[in-house]
Design a protein around this ligand. Structure first.
Ligand code: FE
Length: 332
């Protein structure tokens, strides 16, 4: 009996080793190792599928995929911002994936209408304010940050960052170019100081008293809050009476020349599943893209809010217009 059991066990081991070798996936990731490695390890433990990956900035990864063409070893691209995912799809490096599982788990506004990429976590770009100098009742919408009461009190990150290009692209989608240009000009007129290279420096400027309000991705607030518990800053959810808070995604697509397409689709479906969604979102204090999954308690503590459900692909298709508009408006 004992012996039989032993034989059975070695067959299982042999079998899983074989499938292990056959199903090694290669991922190119613009999310850094610290954010994705725990996720890959969990998948390997669960399925035996090994995942090799390289990390780099989104630009070089896209160039690499284009240069490698048919010879690319990459099965999947993971990157941040719908603008970047949209560009990768436009450049032809991503394949269409028709998956009932993905459609059921990821809301339509968080994925490519042509199914070449899928949002896996949601990042909210919202208003941050000094709790010492601003009352939440003073705030209402992104547009209202251009009002006279914020003159010399507003801080913004550079327009060179894709996050702000996506935000302005969404404003164009909602208001058209002429009105959006007026809004952006009114922000620029209210700036307390030069634009910042990142969201963290912007919040530090509010803490230092240089300005009172700004626009940031919530996970940067989360990181700062972790370092400085009880800091005199808070998040505000604008446009709750109309379209909702501007959200973007980090997400993934299967490459056009994937060598392990079926296994990659399985992995992508797993990433959208209840099991993986917290692993994907929580590491960076983002929101799960799958609405059936709750955010981490520290993220949930910032409150419940209505999201703008315009398709995030607009961030890409209107990006060039947004960049030109910000330039015209004098937003550096
Ligand atoms: Fe970021």
């Amino acid at each position: 009996m004992r012996r039989l059991k032993f034989v059975h066990l070695s067959v299982v081991v042999l079998f899983s080793t074989a499938s292990f070798a056959a199903e090694e996936l290669v991922v190119y990731s613009a999310r850094n190792e610290q954010l994705i490695k725990p996720l890959f390890d969990a998948y390997t433990t669960e399925t035996g599928t090994a995942i090799r990956f390289i990390t780099d900035k989104e630009g070089p990864l896209l160039e690499r995929l284009k240069a490698e063409g048919k010879n690319t070893p990459a099965d999947m691209l993971i990157t941040v911002d719908a603008g970047n995912l949209w560009l990768a799809a436009k450049e032809g490096v991503l394949a269409k994936v028709n998956s009932k599982v993905l459609k059921a788990n990821i809301p339509a506004y968080l994925r490519d209408p042509d199914n070449r990429w899928f949002g896996l976590s949601v990042r909210a770009r919202t208003i941050v304010y000094s709790t010492a100098r601003v009352k939440p009742a003073d705030l209402s919408t992104y547009e209202a940050l251009g009002a006279a009461q914020w003159n010399g009190r507003l801080c913004l990150r550079t327009s060179k960052k894709v996050y702000n290009q996506s935000l302005v692209a969404m404003l164009i989608a909602r208001h058209g170019e002429a009105k959006t240009e007026k809004i952006v000009k009114s922000w620029v007129a209210n700036l307390a100081t030069d634009v910042f290279p990142d969201d963290t420096k912007l919040m530090e400027a509010i803490l230092a008293g240089q300005c009172d309000v700004g626009i940031v991705n919530t996970y940067y607030f989360g990181r700062l809050e972790k370092k400085q518990p009880g800091l005199p800053l808070a998040l505000y959810w604008p446009n709750q009476k109309d379209r909702g808070v501007h959200v973007n995604v980090s997400g993934a697509g299967i490459t056009a020349h994937a060598k392990h397409r079926a296994a990659s689709v399985k992995f992508l479906e797993w990433l959208a599943s209840k099991k993986a969604q917290n692993l994907f979102a929580d590491e960076n204090m983002e929101y799960p893209a799958n609405p059936k999954v709750k955010p981490h308690t520290s993220v949930a503590a910032w409150g419940v809010f209505k999201q703008d459900t315009i398709n995030v692909s607009k961030a890409g298709s209107l990006q060039a217009q947004a960049v030109m508009l910000m330039d015209r408006a004098g937003y550096k």
